[in-house]
Each structure stands twice: as C-alpha cells, then as structure tokens.
Ligand binder design. Structure first.
Ligand code: FES
Ligand SMILES: [Fe+2]
Length: 367
C-alpha cells in the first residue's frame, strides 16, 4: 500500500525526449514523453485497444501513437485518431497523471488529480542554485521502498557497509542527539534550514566531535594529513511520502561547526527521492550537492563515482534483506536505539495512509 496524494519523482528531466519512456510507479504502468512543444506528459502505459504498452510506440508532434495498430493519443490521454476510421470510439481515453518539471526532475501525482498542487513539491533549491554543484544519478533496487528509507534514517550502517568511503567507527558509536517530528533539530548553519516544519516530517541529528575524518571527506575536503581531526555532522530529514535529505559534512575540529560556523569545513546535502515501483522494487533518484569548489569537475567526478559505489553497497544489502523477508514475511524483528528515526518515519507514513484511506489527507497543507 502506498501514499498516493503526494508528488513523487518519476524521471530525470533529461530522460524525457521524443522517445516514450515506460516506468512502473506505485504498481501502475506509466508512459511519459515530452511533447514537440516541450511539455512533459504522463498517462497509463496501456493502450485502450488491446493493452499494448504505449511506451513501445512513438511520439508524433504533441501526441503519442501506439506501436501496435496505430491509435493516436493526445497529451491528455484521449484517443484522437484510429487508422481506417473517421471517428474515434467515444470515451476512449486513458488516465492522465499530473506532471511538473522542477528541480531537474519530473514530478508525478498518482492520487486524486484535483489535489495536485505544484506548491506541495518539496523545495530542493540546491539543484538550481549556482552556489551549489550537483552530481547525481538513478538506481533501481529490488526491495520495498521503506527498506531504503530505513537505511537512510539509520546511518550507523556506514560503519559496517561503507568503510571505504563515508564510514568509520565513530558513526555507529555516536547515538542520535535528537529525533523530532515537528521541528528541525540542531540546524544552526544547516543547509536544511529552509525546510517546512509541518508536524509530519522527522528530523534527527548526530554530531561526532574531534574524530578521524572518513575517507571520502578526507580527500574531498583536504583533511588527509596525519593527525587531522574533524567535527562531523549528519542532520537527517524525512518528509513523506519518501523523501530523505541529509545535511552532512565535516569541519576542522574545534572551529565552531556545532554552533553554526562552517567556514572551516565542507557541507554536502544528500537528496534522496524514493519512488516505489512495486511492493518489492524501488526507483532511487539521488543527488549530492556541495557548496564548495563548485567549479571543480575532477572533484565532481570523484564524488559521483564515490557516492554511486557507496549506494551499490546499499543495494546489495537491501536486496538481500528483501529476499530474506520474502522467504518468511512473518519472521520477528527486534528494534534497537538506532532505529528511533526510522520508527518515527514509519509511524508518520502509517498515520497518513490511515488519513488517505478516510479521505482526509488532501485537506492537509504544507506549513
Ligand atoms: S493495442 Fe494499441 S492500437 Fe491496438
Ligand atoms: Fe548506505
């Protein structure tokens, strides 16, 4: 079961062109394309004649032609032409989904179209701001989306799974300082300061003071001399349905980063927009914006590869988890302290699912 009355990322902007793109989202086959006049369009990927996937068809001007018997659909999903007939069957149309292009991504609304307010799209301004350099990518994962949300809300796994890049023993050893539902914790100087505080998000913070820098940050920020010590932060933000943003970085130890002075450090945001494909598979759109050395392409390449390879390590673990869960879905799990944020996030989603089931979610607005 998925939350529907929310914006999900459906594609990178550069994925939509004159070729139709088929992608399953929340269990529904969706075809997307860009019209000749540049608009992104999405509707059911199921021809209403004999259910051929329209993603195997072709874009003709602003319209989409089925690749099987040639029915033509306009951008709203109406059949407007049938080969060999002068009149299209009345009422022949597909469900069209609201889509918006923003922040370099194509956002789709899978719920009640009347509720699809573009103002509800999260503010991820880092993507369009020249003060930030952005690397990013797309990964497909054969696991339920919530396993990835859990993974991002409990970063103690970095110690064990990502020792080559962002993990060292200090992460698992340092408890989360705060987990809150209504406010943004410990945000002095944080890149997440502008986020909404709407009572249904979850924020957690971890500060590691005077520690050895992890390998990726040591290299990226020049903290790689013997004896270098840093103050490291992880400020973690979950916003329903499945967006997770991390404000992460390191600064020379003792230079005031915990009080908001990051002049002696480097800041990154990890933007994770997670879109369920099915109950056991997930689309993962990620970026890794930074606000230092923004013109350094060599650093961008290094970070792109480093983060991509780090996430491949996550995929291996999460897909393994899903296989074990599928083998015995009723098997017991125990919770530990490090689960505090992911438990809160699951509760927030469960509450919203309940509200959607009773038709109330649409009445709530972002703060
Ligand atoms: S299945 Fe699409 S036109 Fe026949
Ligand atoms: Fe990870």
């Amino acid at each position: 079961m998925f939350l529907r009355n929310f914006w999900y990322v459906a594609a990178w902007d550069h994925e939509l062109g004159p070729q139709p793109l088929g992608r399953t989202i929340l269990g529904e086959p969706v075809v997307m394309y860009r019209t000749a006049d540049g608009r992104p369009v999405a509707f059911e990927d199921r021809c209403c004649h004999r259910r051929a996937p329209l993603s195997l068809g072709r874009v003709v001007g602003n319209d989409l032609q089925c690749g099987y018997h040639g029915l033509v659909y306009d951008p709203e999903g109406h059949v407007i032409a049938v080969p060999g007939q002068t009149i299209a069957p009345p009422g022949a149309r597909l469900r069209a989904y609201p889509v918006v292009e923003r922040w370099q991504w194509i956002w789709i609304w899978m719920g009640d179209a009347a509720e699809a307010d573009p103002a509800k799209i999260p503010n991820i301004y880092w993507h369009d701001n020249p003060e930030w350099a952005v690397v990013g990518g797309y990964l497909h994962m054969k696991c339920h989306y919530q396993l990835l949300v859990d993974n991002l809300l409990d970063l103690t796994h970095e110690t064990f799974l990502h020792a080559k890049t962002i993990g060292n023993e200090h992460v698992a050893r340092t408890p989360l300082a705060k987990v809150t539902r209504d406010t943004i914790a410990d945000v002095a100087g944080s890149a997440l300061e502008g986020c909404a505080t709407d009572g249904r998000s979850v924020t957690a913070a971890r500060w590691m003071i005077g520690i050895d820098p992890p390998p990726l940050y040591a290299k990226a920020g020049g903290f790689d001399k013997p004896g270098d010590k840093v103050d490291r932060w992880q400020i973690i933000r979950f916003e329903p349905p499945s967006h997770v943003w991390l404000d992460v970085g390191v600064a020379t130890a003792g230079t005031g980063a915990p009080d908001g002075d990051r002049r002696h450090g480097i800041t990154h945001v990890v933007v994770d927009s997670i879109t369920p494909e099915t109950e056991t598979s997930t689309h993962y759109f990620w970026t890794f914006p930074r606000n230092y050395k923004v013109g350094d392409r060599g650093l961008s390449d290094f970070l792109q590869k480093g983060v991509h390879n780090t996430f491949l390590e996550d995929i291996g673990m999460l897909e393994g988890q899903q296989r074990i869960i599928d083998a015995d879905p009723a098997a017991r799990e125990v919770d530990i302290n490090a689960d505090a944020a992911s438990i809160q996030a699951r509760r927030a989603v469960a509450q919203l699912l309940e509200e959607e089931a009773h038709g109330r979610a649409g009445s709530r607005r972002r703060a």
